[in-house]
Structure formats: C-alpha cells, structure tokens
Design a protein around this ligand. Structure first.
Ligand SMILES: *Cc1c(COP(=O)(O)O)cnc(C)c1O
Length: 448
C-alpha cells in the first residue's frame, strides 16, 4: 500500500483495506475517520476494485458458463455499469430491478427475468423492452408469459422452468430453496400442477420456447457437496426430459448461492474447483445418458457483491450487561443490515479510528432501533476500552444489506461512498428527512 498505510487485513475485508500503526482503518488513501468527517456517519464504503476483482474471479472460474449477476444482492446504477463492464449478464425478478438495469443502459438481451409471481404488467414491460428470457415457477406465470407475448407481439420468448432439486442445503431455512415445502419451483413429482404440466403447457404454446431448466438450491452455502448434489439431480432430470418430452432443452441454469466467509472462522468456497466439478458432473451424466451437454449458467449475487462494502458506524453507548457481555450501540442497525435479525447471520467488526486496548471483551454490536432483535454483530471481541464516538467497521456488507434496507423508525438510510480509482465518490447520497416524508400526502412539504 502507498503512503505507508500499513498492514493489510484478511478476508472478509476488501483487499485494499489496511490498518496504519495508529489503528486507523484505511481504504486506499482514505482513513475511516476522514471519510466520516466528510460524509457523515453511518456510512457505507463501496470498494469498486473489490467488486471488479470478484467479477473477474467468477468469470475466470466459470469460463464457458453464462454468468447472471443476481441483482437482488446489491443493485444500483453504478453496480450495473460494473457488471456490464465485466461482461456479465444479470438476473432480475421485478420491474423495479429491471428498470434500474435498463436505466443503466444494460442490454435487455443480457437479462434473465426471474420471479415466482411476476405480474402481467411487469411481464409486458419486460417484453416490450426486449427481455427474451424468463424463468418460471408456476402455471399462472406461464399463462401470463404467453398472454403477454401475444399481446405485445414480440414473438418467441425463451422459458426456463425452475425445478426443486430436493437436496438438503446447509444454510438458514429462509434461504434454502431445494426442498418441497417452500414457495419456489415446480415439483417434479406433482403430475397435475408440477413440472409435467408445465412442460405440456410450454410445448403447446406457439410463442414460448422451452429452452432450459433452472435449479437454485439456496443462498450462503459453503458446502460444495450441496451444489454437486443439486447439479446431479438437475442434470439427470434435464437428460431424461431432453430424451422424452422436452427435446428442445439446451440450457441448465444452476442458480447462485455461493457462500462467502463473513468472519475468520469461515472459508470461502473454492469457486474454481466448484466450477470444474459442476462441469464434470454435468458432462458425465449427459454422456452416460446420451444427450449433448447443455449450456450451463450460474447466478452469483453475494459472491460478487458481498465483500465490496464495509459499513462504518459511530459508537453511541457502551453497556456492560449482567451476563458479562458488552453491548456496543451504534448509529444504524437493522435498517441498514437486517441479515442478523432475519437469518441469524454472523458478522465481525473492528475498531476503525484507533488501536484500542489489547484486552478484549465479548461484545455484541446493536443498533438504535426500538427492537431487541436489532443486532448487527451477535458476537465479537472488541477492545475493552471501546467508548462513545469511536468508529466501528463491519465488513462484507455488500450483499443483502442495502437491498434489504428500510427506514424503520424513520431513520434515513446512509449514503454509499464508492472508492473509485482510489478516491471517494458519493454513488448513493444519504437519505434526508425530507425524503422520508416525500410519499406522505398529509405531510408533504412540511417536514421539519
Ligand atoms: C438469491 C438468488 C440468487 C443469488 O444468491 P446468492 O446467494 O446471492 O448468490 C441466484 N438465483 C436465484 C434464483 C436467487 O433467488
């Protein structure tokens, strides 16, 4: 690092993050304190180099695959530009996501439209704007796709049917999607409403082309075997259908869900090994069943966006609970990062403005919301002298933090400050109190 900025930190911190000898956390040439002085607190740092590095790693690992960046993990105009520059495609599941993507001049040709409950008007918007590929979960959705294709007169559209791979994935139940008792996917076993009927529907249609199967087993999965099992189930199904009722199949989308390390005790998935294993599982199964291997795709979200952001908070109060645990309250919380409350996610944190005492205490970082579940980091060792006005940094907040953010308790959302070519640029400004009352027809224009 230049400017004698000091020691690098390991993952999950972005590669460019360093700590100088006084304990200041630095992003390229900018210290956390300087950034907070300029842009206020809390603050989300978006390290564009880290985002680029992740897209490159994924593109290298999954060479030959079509790679759809999962927009829902973190979406903004700038994110779309970076995904576009990296040559990746994108998956969206609502008109709002699609409008953002198209607004950033992303080609509709490189968009896959997902969603278990797309509305007729969303579909028709997508079709008239040139989106040609749709992943479908339900018979109602297929009917809406067909109607919209007729009404908009766009001609043929390609359909991927989402199936349930029926494998156990080692992740939180709310983000596990490969078992029967959840909302996603056609059941392979249900003849009436499941995959069989979906295939009959698409085969009967004069505007829908059945091009692929889709299987996404869940999110934040760190066990490679889960993906291999999911792919094995999916490719067997693919080959059997290709040889029987669905001869037009030519692609298999294996979804996303590649887990990342959020703290020292976790290890990133080896994506190179994973991609190679997926290819051989798919190829072997196709060869032994006598069908040509499909075009493969994946839909990584978190593996691209996860490490790109670090949230900087200011400590407001420190309380020692009877349990012995130290509660460190910061100026944000579940409104900017709800993953801990929602999925029991594990994060780490560190002091960002000074070295602090070498003695550490068992701590829990909590927010400022009126909710006991308002926890940002459940368990972390922090310097015993942590106090009000210290800065605290939480890494790996790129995925599912901004995109799941809220204005709970009428707390304006923090800005996102990109580090671009080493320098800070506001890429999403801080929400204001005026913004918060903008939609309130009774209060409009009267905010204090
Ligand atoms: C959420 C989701 C993804 C992305 O998951 P990550 O864990 O962010 O990689 C990909 N595909 C589908 C269908 C999803 O629902």
């Amino acid at each position: 690092m230049t400017n004698g900025a000091g020691a690098s930190l390991n993952r999950p911190w972005p590669t460019s993050t360093t700590v100088d000898n006084r304990g200041n956390l630095r992003f390229h040439n900018n210290s956390a304190s300087e950034l907070v002085t300029t842009y206020g607190s809390p603050l989300i740092i978006f390290d564009e180099d880290e985002f680029r590095t992740s897209t490159r790693e994924i593109a290298d690992a999954f060479r030959g695959f079509t790679i759809y960046y999962a927009a829902k993990s973190f979406l903004s105009g700038r994110v779309c530009q970076l995904v576009n520059e990296a040559g990746l495609s994108i998956d969206v599941c609502t008109e709002g996501e699609l409008r953002t993507v198209l607004g950033a001049e992303f080609s509709a040709r490189n968009v896959l439209f997902h969603g278990n409950n797309k509305s007729a008007s969303e579909i028709s918007f997508a079709m008239t704007h040139g989106v040609k590929r749709y992943a479908s979960d339900t018979l109602e959705d297929l009917a809406r796709l067909e109607t919209a294709a007729h009404q908009t007169g766009v001609g043929d559209v390609n359909v991927l049917l989402r199936v349930i791979a029926d494998v156990k994935s080692d992740t939180h139940r709310h983000i596990s999607t490969a078992h029967q008792d959840q909302k996603f996917g056609f059941s392979v076993r249900d003849e009436q409403h499941g995959l069989g009927e979906a295939i009959r529907f698409v085969n009967r249609s004069d505007v829908l082309n059945l091009t692929g199967l889709h299987s996404h087993i869940g999110s934040q999965i760190l066990n490679q075997d889960n993906f291999i099992q999911g792919a094995e189930t999916a490719v067997k199904l693919y080959a059997d259908l290709r040889r029987s009722v669905a001869p037009t199949l030519c692609e298999l989308d294996l979804g996303g869900g590649f887990g990342i390390a959020y703290h020292d005790d976790e290890q990133d998935l080896d994506l190179v090994l994973l991609a190679q294993t997926l290819v051989s599982v798919v190829t072997d199964n196709c060869v032994s069943r006598g069908v040509p291997p499909p075009q493969l795709s994946v839909e990584p979200g978190r593996a691209i966006s996860g490490r790109s952001c670090v949230t900087i908070y200011t400590v407001g109060s420190v309380k020692k609970a009877e349990s012995g645990r130290t509660y460190v309250a910061v100026d944000g919380g579940m409104s900017d990062n709800v993953r801990t409350a929602l999925y029991d996610a594990k994060y780490t944190a560190r002091l960002a403005n000074r070295a602090g005492d070498s003695q550490t205490v068992d701590s829990r970082v909590v927010g400022k919301h009126c909710d006991a579940g308002d926890i940002v980091v459940s368990n972390v060792l922090l310097p015993s002298d942590i106090k009000a006005d210290d800065l605290l940094a939480v890494p790996a907040t790129g995925a599912y933090c901004r995109s799941l953010s809220s204005t709970y308790n009428m707390l304006p959302r923090p800005p996102i400050v990109a580090i671009r070519n080493g320098d800070p640029v506001v890429t999403i400004r801080r929400e204001t109190y005026d913004d918060l009352t903008l939609l309130d027809c009774e209060l409009r224009g009267t905010a204090l």
